[in-house]
Design a protein around this ligand. Structure first.
Ligand code: CA
Length: 449
């Protein structure tokens, strides 16, 4: 019996082993099948991409691109499958293979992004390092920056702060081939029409010889050079400042910085005015008064009890400036009043915290000031972006203007939150919180919205 038991054990072990091997073989076969599926799918999509590229010719030609440049740069171009946020077609094309499960999984966002607390944007060590490098760069590039200021009215400190913010003074690599990134975004990115246009302009830049294909690098989002221009920014604002006949934002610091100066100047920067300043609000201030659509003069803000954080009164020469209130964290963080120059900075990157960051670093550079604000960033809740987006949809249905329904709390959403908090009798904050989001979503679901 002992013997037959051990035989039985041996037999079952052998069976188990065979089963395991079988499973491994099946898995390998499945992996091979998946690889074949993925390869067939990618081939089919690449074929459609090649057709899509060829179909650009009439528009490229109309824009002044030669057939030689068109073919040299687009023939045989491959999609960059590694870019984030691509929308993979399903199926690959009419009658083509469906999107394989493995690729669909890989393309899914890894986690639901949360809306970042504004405070996380302003880490003091980062600000301090950037301002200190910025002061060194400012000294190094003084004559060029002075010439840029003279021609475009842009303070050297602002130009240097943008250079630092965008690429860490050129230390942050923009490693991608711009043509491949922009074409991939045009074919299957989230803003195909925009990138299709960007691609044609990128070809025109090559046609005009401002950069070679090898020099024309970009970020994964297609932003190029020391201060991160899209091709259409290049077309509209890039200048040849070092006088070699090429507008070289990739290799010439003078060209890149002057192009930034020209961009802000052309879009309305007023060299006689600051970007803005941090202020102190009186207690229980009405935060729905924030935003560019609620602009008033500095004198009028002073009348409402708004005061400079440094104490005292606003400078007399500033009193007539039209200014608007910026509350990036509602009443739970520092407050600023900003001029139209702040709105111009937002054309570079449409975000209040971006514009405050650049303005603040520029002030640190220019005045040798320490990092940080007088107003405290109070703790805020980090809500998932999709929840804020749903909340925005309901606010829109209720007749509010929230700006872009994107899960972010721009000034219009913050205004709408303030109005809603008032209506519901909640403490006024003008910033997303579970209290206001839950109340609004609950009300909507009760109303069957
Ligand atoms: Ca040049």
């Amino acid at each position: 019996m002992g013997r037959s038991l051990s035989i039985a054990i041996l037999v079952s072990a052998a069976i188990a082993l065979m089963l395991l091997l079988g499973a491994a073989t099946a898995m390998a076969a499945e992996a091979a099948a998946t690889n074949d599926e993925v390869a067939a799918y990618k081939r089919a999509v690449e074929k459609r991409f090649a057709e899509w590229l060829q179909a650009l010719w009439p528009d490229a030609q109309a824009a002044g691109v030669s057939r030689a440049i068109f073919d040299a740069n687009l023939k045989g171009l491959k999609l960059n499958w590694s870019l984030p946020n691509l929308i993979l077609p399903n199926p690959a094309g009419p009658g083509g293979p469906p999107l394989p499960q493995a690729l669909a999984e890989a393309a899914k966002p890894k986690h639901q992004p949360e809306f970042d607390a504004p405070e996380s944007y302003f880490k003091a060590p980062n600000l301090t390092a950037l301002a200190s490098q910025g002061r060194a760069k400012l000294a190094e590039w003084r004559p060029t920056l002075d010439a840029i200021e003279k021609r475009y009215g842009l303070p050297a400190s602002i130009v240097v702060a943008i250079w630092g913010r965008e690429t860490g003074f050129g230390q942050i690599d923009a490693p991608y081939d711009a043509i491949s990134v922009i074409a991939s975004q045009g074919f299957m990115g989230r803003r195909p029409d925009d990138f299709r246009k960007q691609l044609i302009v990128a070809l025109k830049i090559l046609e005009e010889g401002h950069a070679t294909r090898a020099q024309m690098k970009s970020s994964w989002a297609g932003a190029m050079g020391y201060t991160q221009f899209m091709p259409t920014d290049f077309e509209n604002y890039a200048v040849d400042f070092d006088g070699d006949g090429r507008r070289d934002i990739w290799g010439s610091i003078a060209d890149a910085l002057a192009s930034t100066g020209n961009s802000l100047h052309t879009q309305g920067w007023d060299g006689a005015k600051p970007w803005g300043t941090e202020v102190r609000l009186p207690k229980d201030f009405d935060c729905t008064l924030q935003g560019p659509d609620k602009a008033r003069t500095v004198a009028e803000w002073a009348k409402l009890g708004v005061a400079p954080v440094a104490g005292g009164a606003f400078a007399a020469e500033r009193l007539a400036d039209p200014s608007f209130l910026v509350l990036p964290a509602g009443l739970k963080g520092p407050a600023f009043i900003a001029t139209n120059n702040f709105a111009v900075l937002k054309l570079y990157n449409n975000s209040d915290v971006y514009a405050i960051f650049v303005g603040h670093v520029a002030d640190m550079i220019a005045r040798n000031a320490p990092a940080g604000f007088v107003g405290a960033w109070q703790p805020v809740e980090r809500l998932p972006r999709d929840r804020i987006q749903r909340f925005q949809e309901v606010l829109v249905a209720q007749g509010h203007d929230v700006g872009k329904v994107d899960g972010l709390a721009g000034f219009k959403t913050r205004q709408a939150i303030g109005l809603t908090e008032k209506k519901l009798g909640l403490p006024l904050s003008c910033y997303p919180s579970s209290a206001v989001v839950d109340a609004v979503l609950k009300e909507a679901s009760a109303a069957g919205q």
